[in-house]
Design a protein around this ligand. Structure first.
Ligand code: GDP
Length: 297
């Protein structure tokens, strides 16, 4: 998966491409990563999609903590008034729910058409999301086949294609809208890097693993202990050295040891992140809904 360096020119281009597609559609399907819903979102989404009705999909829910995912669904409903559906684009779990939810967002238009004696047409939808969130996977799952990425390569027909979904109730644009993540916030960057949404080279590997291990010690201590056969974790994580001790203990258990017996922290960091991304520590969510802390900020 290619990483995109989002300098302002790219953002302007991405935005313009979405604006062109918006003219063709009724509703926006905003794809987020269930493990980091707000960090995997472009915070300007409402503005960019010009207030079109929006369905939120929390993808990769198979990797996320189900209890946290339920909290996120409730957050989106309560705080943003948005319907959020957790799903798994690879296995297709809950993907069948998309069409009824999409139709609900458009129900008033369908009713208006019926009142005028017009046969309602399919609801037209566009998937948008940051790179790696699962847009192509979901498009293929919805289409029931592999959709070739035509997109914006020179020499390739630029015309948009519609994919028929369900029993002709939804038409989906075949090329999703690519949004850029918000890099400026350090915590957001770390969450994106930990889940693999952005390449490690933006932040250093041990920095990402450090963040991950500290978070796991706080939120998922048992999962961490079990995965790496650790007897105990430090009580006080305010000292960076305590977190590094945990990383070293993991490295030792896993044989990430250099000549002279020192722990290879780079190797250790990589194996921790690989385990996290593959779900080897269980289902883990790296971000809590802000509701509880919103007032304090
Ligand atoms: P895009 O850049 O948004 O089009 O993302 P892709 O569709 O290429 O997906 C990026 C990676 O995430 C791929 O390795 C997919 O297999 C993986 N992926 C997508 N959806 C899911 C999901 O629901 N669960 C899991 N575990 N992996 C997923």
């Amino acid at each position: 998966m290619a990483t995109i360096q989002w300098f302002p020119g790219h953002m302007t281009k991405a935005r313009r491409q979405i604006e062109d597609k918006l003219k063709l559609i009724d509703i926006v399907i905003e794809l987020l990563d269930a493990r980091i819903p707000l960090s995997s979102r472009n915070p300007m989404i409402g503005e960019i999609t010009k207030g079109k009705p929006r369905l939120v999909l929390l993808n990769k829910a198979d990797l996320a903590d189900p209890a946290r995912t339920a909290e996120w669904v409730s957050y989106f409903a309560r705080v943003e008034g948005l319907d959020a559906l957790p799903l798994d684009a690879v296995s297709g779990n809950q993907v069948k729910e998309i069409v009824p939810r999409a139709k609900k967002l458009w129900a008033h238009k369908i009713e208006a058409m019926l009142r005028k004696g017009v046969t309602p047409r399919a609801v037209r939808a566009l998937i948008v999301g940051i790179p790696n969130v699962g847009k192509s996977t979901l498009t293929n799952t919805l289409a029931g086949r592999k959709i070739a990425a035509t997109g914006d390569r020179p020499g390739v027909t630029k015309g948009q294609q519609w994919i028929k979904v369900g029993s002709g109730e939804m038409d989906l644009l075949d090329t999703p809208g690519i949004l850029w993540p918000k890099f400026e916030d350090q915590q957001v960057g770390l969450r994106l890097a930990a889940t693999g949404a952005i390449k490690e080279d933006i932040l250093s590997l041990d920095e990402i693993a450090f963040f991950t291990v500290r978070y796991l010690c706080e939120e998922y201590p048992d999962a961490l202990k079990e995965r790496y056969d650790l007897e105990r974790l430090p009580d006080d994580l305010t000292e960076a050295s305590e977190v590094v001790d945990v990383m070293e203990a993991i490295g030792r258990k896993r044989g990430a040891v250099m000549s002279g017996g020192r722990i290879d922290l780079d190797k250790t960091s990589l194996l921790i992140l690989r385990d996290l991304r593959a779900g080897k520590m269980g289902r883990i969510t790296l971000e809590r809904p802000p509701a509880e802390t919103a007032e304090a900020e």
